[in-house]
Design a protein around this ligand. Structure first.
Ligand SMILES: Nc1ncnc2c1ncn2[C@@H]1O[C@H](COP(=O)(O)OP(=O)(O)O)[C@@H](O)[C@H]1O
Ligand SMILES: [Mg+2]
Length: 257
């Protein structure tokens, strides 16, 4: 028989039911804070963004959301995953993450999953999306991976099947979060942004160049995207985890208010 360890506060926060054995997979990307540190300040920041997006959608209609940025390495994939996980925490919300970075797909790797057929296979008409959706390994979050590698990603994304696919996903899910390639090097992100209901631009503090982020917003607007706002990552300075003013857990017995 297995004996359960004493549960930590963090595990209590994320537990679905009392008897669930919580296994944290260390190979999952460490910056997926909703997964690794669900009770931490950073996870709470992501929930704040999620709540603002929910508030922008008072009728609770299904929505497609693109997460993008000007150039590579700014934290798009990690942000898209964290946001999708935060949506999946909400009760009764069906959420799917779509890896639409056909050039450098990474959602499966960050989740420590093997790559399988996915988006490209649907867009090329080889498979139906319903057969390819799979659990992402976090609550009820589902994943549509990038799929079989293609050497003409722009053409594949330009397919008229893209709109049909997003419509189909909106019939099944409340929130469809879409990870994309960067805006400036190719037209893929612009095409996806135009097809989605809203777009979030990731800016990596101190690393992203203001001009590039501005150019990316202009490009997205020009292509018909609806840019809802920016998502700032890697805020430096004092580590928020060590700033007691930013913690708001239950009071310890000897702690003053
Ligand atoms: N908040 C963060 N702080 C430091 N490194 C991060 C952070 N978020 C992501 N990373 C790392 O930065 C790299 C790029 O992140 P990724 O999300 O893949 O960017 P993009 O999708 O924009 O190319 C990855 O190695 C990732 O692990
Ligand atoms: Mg990425």
């Amino acid at each position: 028989m297995f004996r359960r360890n004493k549960r930590s506060e963090a595990q209590d926060e994320s537990a679905l039911d009392d008897d669930m054995l919580v296994v944290v997979d260390r190979s999952v990307n460490p910056y997926l804070v909703l997964f690794h540190e669900p009770a931490g300040y950073r996870a709470e920041q992501v929930r704040g963004l999620r709540n603002r997006l929910v508030a922008m959608n008072p009728d609770g209609e299904p929505k497609t959301l693109v997460v993008t940025s000007a150039v590579r390495g700014e934290g798009k994939t990690v942000s898209a995953l964290n946001l999708a996980m935060a949506f999946a925490e909400l009760e009764r919300q069906r959420v799917v993450l779509v890896d639409a970075d056909l050039r450098r797909p990474s959602c499966e790797r960050y989740l420590n999953l093997n790559s399988q057929a996915g988006l490209t296979d649907v867009l090329l008409g080889r498979e139906s999306v319903d057969r390819l959706l799979r659990p992402a390994g976090y609550r009820n979050l589902m994943l549509l991976g990038a799929g079989t590698r293609v050497d003409n990603p722009a053409e594949v994304l330009g397919s008229s099947r893209l709109d049909q696919l997003l419509q189909r996903l909106k019939e099944r899910f409340q929130y469809v979060v879409i990870d994309t390639p960067p805006v400036l090097p190719s037209t893929d992100a612009g095409v996806l942004s135009a097809a989605a209901d809203g777009t979030l631009l990731v800016v990596r503090l101190e690393k992203s160049l203001k001009k590039q982020s501005r150019d990316a917003v202009r490009t997205l607007h020009d292509m018909g995207g609806n840019v809802l706002g920016t998502l700032v990552t890697e805020v430096r300075g004092q580590d928020p985890e060590s700033d007691s003013r930013l913690a708001y857990g239950a009071l310890a017995e000897d702690e003053e208010v």
